[in-house]
Design a protein around this ligand. Structure first.
Ligand SMILES: [Ca+2]
Length: 753
């Protein structure tokens, strides 16, 4: 999206990524179902890796596949459910050759659910991949394996994972970008014209082998694209892109980028590009896979896995007339799904949407495919599972969905975004052509306690959680980091008269290291009117957004209005802390108790950062299952705070915490008393005070956009806060602040008895 304020003020900083940072460091997730081991629950059917599909599906004689269990459950559904139906899956890896699809014939009812659940304490993996073995050391550092299925033309893959880590499809340059620009301007109405790109790359364009397998990947501002090559002209230092070309004119109301780079690009998938550890190349003609192991990888021991399943591994798809009801997945891990490049390539529009072409009309847009797809489904869930090592999106909730819970999942290493949901109808040009939501769809979603990271390795509009239009929904307690584009985006009504987007709460999410590849976005991006009322964005923690051009912690765009922003904390975002696209953005939204710090280095006091990290992000039970940590519980108390806003974060088990008071209005000269809670009256507490100045919003007529920012943060011995006090005194008399402006923190720690 365009941003005058962003483009004018920002400094272009190109950050090498992909190869250079991030992916290699992604932890290999291994999550078990949160419930501990115990006696096997009663179930209607059981599935186990050592089972047989000719078995009756009992605990003693389980089925071997989920397909068989689904078919058995289908018979019970057809006979009419008289109670809840449970399929229990024992731990292990279940290889899938195709999409596992659930439709109306697999549905629960309003009264009775159908659930596919991992056995308590066991890890169930549905893998769309196959292990590749038979490695031989070749020339230099490169190892090779022959794959007969590839040579026979039956298998081709675009992803490779070594010991759970995404390997790098051989590329040049190895990090960052080379320069590529069309030799002739692209004519939208002449898609049959050859598209020739002049490439400036170290070593020059050469007559690389298998040119038709090479792809050009690129970014343009906030998304990117990918096209296969037709030919190479080494003499002219050009490449020609392979038709068919289908551009997307008038998407978002203007000619969307013409589908070609304006500079930043790289070339991928040639044996000649395989020149560094972690890179691989698949020669489809010879059926030979080549790989340069990373340090410490012994290919005689490593699990090298490539996907055979394409697009989607787990699909729930009802119809508008017969939606799927009350169907649940719990503790299911979905891995290794490929996304084949369409003939006309990939042209990302916004958070990994792709055009939907219509004859004679402007194109629409939709999320590209996800490993887990849910459409026309009500009151369903995907919980306590995982989705990772996939080619495109992790999970998408499409048309006809409502009442869907996506909770407690680990989503990582996705080629495109993590989670996408809502009515994809927010783009100018498109909205006139697309139908509005049907009654009862795109509402009552819960996307909570998901751990989402390393999204967008291949499609650089990859967003952690991309939310378009929805209502009466909650997006909370997610931890999102290392995304190519936004951490979280939240779209509204492009036309404020629609009044669709309402009653949504987006709170206590922790977002960091977003915007690693693309630009013109934010850790948290909010656009359009949230016109239906009661849209709350509260208690989110956003920091360390990349230094890319126009990358902010928080970004309000495209006439964002109608949102209450309450007690969000935004710090250390080196490009910009906050982008307000219009002067009215302050007045058209409500702001209370937010803390926004400018600057590259300035951060709130350590005690407060720690408390916010406990307050936002995964709830304690999910930190245990998803991250293996056992955090101290942190309680929030909202205090009386005079003109300002006062919160207390308290770690009761440790007798410590921090009082947080903020007032962006000019100094009043009035003293402010803060009374903490939950202290031990008999104990003595040591206190430390910190303060910062908050520049209030300037008066109208200033002509510039100002958000009240906190600055000059440091210890504040002059505030009159005593160095120590008894719990009794603090509970009865509180702490008195001399003046009521700026931001003040008072940390307390119970002294040892
Ligand atoms: Ca390379």
């Amino acid at each position: 999206m365009n941003t005058a304020i962003g483009k004018g003020a920002a400094v272009l900083v190109v950050v090498a990524w992909g190869v250079a940072t991030g992916w290699a460091a992604a932890p290999v997730g291994s999550i078990t179902s949160p419930a501990g081991p115990g006696p096997l629950p009663e179930a209607d059917f059981y599935v186990a890796t050592e089972g047989k599909d000719t078995n009756p599906g009992t605990a003693a004689a389980p089925f071997a596949t989920l397909t068989r269990a689904r078919n058995a459950a289908r018979e019970k559904v057809a006979a009419g459910l008289t109670r809840n139906l449970l399929v229990l899956i024992r731990g292990g890896t279940y290889p899938q050759a195709d999409t596992l699809a659930f439709g109306p014939e697999d549905s629960g009812t309003e009264e009775h659910s159908v659930t596919y659940a991992a056995a308590p304490g066991e890890t169930v993996v549905l893998s769309g991949g196959r292990r590749i073995t038979g490695w031989k050391k070749g020339d230099g550092e490169v190892w090779t394996a022959e794959i007969p299925g590839v040579k026979a033309g039956k298998w081709y893959f675009r992803q490779l994972f070594v010991n759970g880590q995404r390997a790098i499809r051989a590329r040049t340059p190895n990090r960052g970008w080379c320069d590529g620009r069309p030799v002739q301007p692209i004519q939208q109405d002449r898609p049959q014209d050859p598209v020739v790109i002049r490439i400036k790359v170290a070593g020059g364009v050469a007559a690389w082998r298998n040119p038709e397998d090479i792809e050009l990947a690129y970014v343009r501002n906030n998304d990117g694209g990918r096209k296969a090559l037709q030919s190479i002209d080494a003499a002219a230092q050009t490449i020609t892109l392979r038709p068919p070309h289908r551009w997307a004119p008038k998407c978002f109301g203007f000619d969307w980028y013409n589908g070609v780079p304006d500079g930043r690009c790289y070339l991928e998938n040639a044996l000649e590009f395989l020149d560094s550890p972690g890179e691989w190349y698949l020669d489809r003609t010879a059926g030979v896979l080549s790989y340069w192991p990373r340090t410490g990888e012994d290919l005689s021991q490593c699990a090298v896995v490539a996907p055979v399943v394409q697009n989607t591994l787990l699909a729930v798809a009802g119809t508008r007339q017969r939606p799927v009801l009350n169907l649940h997945f719990r503790g299911v891990h979905v891995e290794h799904v490929d996304w084949p490049l369409p003939d006309n390539g990939f042209m990302g529009l916004f958070s990994c949407n792709v055009p939907v072409f219509r004859e004679g009309g402007d194109p629409g847009h939709r999320f590209i495919e996800a490993a887990v797809e849910i459409a026309h489904a009500r009151s369903c869930s995907f919980r306590d599972g995982a989705i990772g090592r996939v080619g495109a999106m992790g999970l998408v909730l499409r048309e006809g969905t409502a009442g869907i819970a996506v909770e407690g999942n680990h989503i990582q290493q996705t080629g495109a975004g993590g989670i996408g949901l809502g009515h994809c109808n927010v783009a100018a040009g498109y909205l006139k052509a697309a139908p509005p939501p049907e009654p009862g769809e795109y509402e009552r979603f819960r996307v909570c306690n998901n751990y989402i990271h390393h999204c967008g390795s291949d499609y650089h509009g990859g967003t952690g959680i991309a939310v378009y239009r929805m209502k009466h929904s909650t997006i909370s307690h997610n931890l999102v980091h290392d995304t190519a584009y936004f951490g979280i985006c939240f779209g509204g009504d492009q036309d404020p008269k629609w009044n669709f987007v309402q009653g949504n709460t987006l709170e206590r999410n922790h977002i960091h290291h977003a915007m690693q590849v693309t630009q013109d976005g934010a850790g948290l991006y909010v656009c359009f009117a949230h016109a239906g009322g009661k849209n709350l964005i509260r208690g989110n923690l956003i920091h360390d957004t990349s230094a890319n051009n126009a990358s902010a912690g928080l970004y309000l765009d495209s006439a964002c209005a109608g949102v209450t922003f309450d007690h969000n904390v935004i710090y250390r975002n080196p490009s910009m802390a906050i982008i307000l696209n219009r002067k009215e953005d302050l007045a058209k939204n409500t702001w209370t108790g937010n803390l926004v710090l400018s600057g590259r280095d300035e951060a709130p006091p350590e005690e407060f950062v720690e408390a916010m990290k406990a307050h936002a992000g995964l709830e304690a039970a999910y930190r245990k299952t998803l991250q293996g940590t056992d955090p101290q519980p942190c309680e929030l108390h909202v205090l009386e705070g005079g003109e300002g806003s006062a919160w207390q974060f308290d770690f009761p088990a440790q007798g410590r915490g921090v009082l947080y008071w903020v007032n962006a209005q000019p100094a009043t000269g009035k003293a402010v008393g803060l009374k903490p809670r939950n202290l031990d009256p008999a104990a003595r507490y040591t206190l430390k005070a910190y303060s910062g100045q908050v520049q209030p919003t300037l008066a109208p007529g200033d002509g510039r956009l100002h958000f009240p920012m906190a600055r000059k943060i440091g210890p504040a011995p002059g505030l009159g806060v005593p160095e120590s006090a008894t719990g009794r005194d603090l509970l009865d008399k509180g702490v008195t602040l001399k003046d009521g402006a700026g931001v003040i923190w008072i940390s307390y720690q119970r002294a040892r008895q």
